[in-house]
Design a protein around this ligand. Structure first.
Ligand code: SAM
Length: 324
């Protein structure tokens, strides 16, 4: 395939179905060569929906007064991570809004406690922006990975959506995460207002430039209690195309089938496994709290940690995949 610069990427993203088919095929082959039939299941523990940020697309933003807020205690977080390891998960993703209660010291202590209890459980943190020294501290406490999507590579769109941050600051965080020796997770939303195919091309190149070890690419889903609540959601097909191109740019990266994609169309979302995706997230958040981690509206099951694990394993096996 010709060199994938921004012009070529945007061209491919706008191709008709026949024009894009070779990209899906090549992304599927690349994924097969690198990961075989395996799909990694990550345990996602959403431990606080408090957030000091005002991201205009996100239901957790601090101006949303409709949302009932919750936070787990450090003991609850550690115990849930241990249960996830006992259920067979090899990675737990600890995600939250930017909740000032969870200082670096508290997050570091939680990380150390989980590592002491479960040395083989990889820990991904996804708790927002911190100074470089803090990412290094998380690494020293035993964290393995850090997930911080860049959201959009266009500085003007970024500024319009994030009144209290900038793209430059977000990218600096990603570089600091990488420099700290943490596996680095970026990613972006498809369908943000003002986004063009050129923007998505730049988003993809940015993932390669960081470089990201993992990348979450998902559709924007409107949340009614946010300023973007009346906008249409991002396109499933365009998201699938972006994941396929990300696979070609980053053959070894972990690319999840994002939860947001599954919310729009689970059958189509499963197609990502044939065209580049090799990871899926499964919530282990306490069932009564899942609906409160409402970054966008969605229904979630009340399955226990073990039930959820069994169901997702069965779903992957039915697709001919080997769950890890
Ligand atoms: N606070 C952390 C951070 O900023 O990275 C993690 C939590 S944040 C809620 C996790 C991700 O949710 C964001 O990176 C964003 O891409 C996604 N998200 C938020 N609102 C969304 C929406 N309306 N549609 C799709 N994805 C959304």
């Amino acid at each position: 395939m010709a060199r994938l610069d921004a012009v070529r990427l945007a061209e491919l993203l706008s191709a008709d179905a026949a024009g894009f088919a070779p990209v899906f095929a090549q992304a599927g082959q690349t994924c097969q060569q690198v990961f075989g039939d395996t799909v990694k299941i990550r345990a996602l523990l959403e431990f606080s929906n408090y957030c000091r940020r005002k991201c205009r697309y996100c239901g957790l933003n601090c101006t949303n007064t409709q949302l009932v807020r919750f936070r787990l205690t450090p003991d609850e977080i550690v115990n849930t991570a241990v249960q996830a390891a006992q259920a067979g998960y090899q990675t737990v993703v600890l995600q939250s809004g930017e909740d000032p209660y969870f200082t670096p010291e508290i997050l570091g202590d939680i990380t150390k406690q989980i590592k002491t209890a479960c040395p083989n459980l990889a820990i991904t943190l996804s708790c927002g922006e911190f100074p470089a020294t803090v990412y290094q501290f998380f690494k020293d406490c035993g964290a393995d990975r850090y997930l911080l999507k860049h959201e959009t590579a266009d500085p003007d769109i970024y500024a319009a959506l994030h009144p209290d941050s900038s793209l430059a600051q977000r990218l600096q965080c990603l570089r600091d995460i990488h420099a700290a020796g943490l596996e680095t997770g970026g990613g972006f939303m498809v369908g943000l207002p003002g986004q063009t195919l050129q923007t998505i091309a730049e988003d993809l190149l940015l993932l390669a430039q960081i470089p990201c070890d993992m990348a979450g690419i998902g559709p924007f889903l409107p949340h009614p209690d946010t300023p973007l609540g009346s906008l249409p959601h991002g396109s499933v097909l365009l998201t699938l195309r972006a994941v396929a191109l990300a696979r070609l740019l980053l053959p070894h990266a972990n690319l999840p089938v994002t939860t947001a994609l599954g919310v729009l169309d689970r059958t189509l979302a499963d197609k990502v496994f044939c065209c580049g995706g090799n990871v899926i997230m499964q919530k282990v958040t306490p069932p009564s709290l899942r609906k409160l981690y409402q970054i966008y509206p969605a229904d979630f099951t009340a399955d226990t940690i073990t039930e959820g694990r069994s169901k997702i394993e069965a779903r992957l096996k039915a697709l001919g995949k080997i769950p890890l």
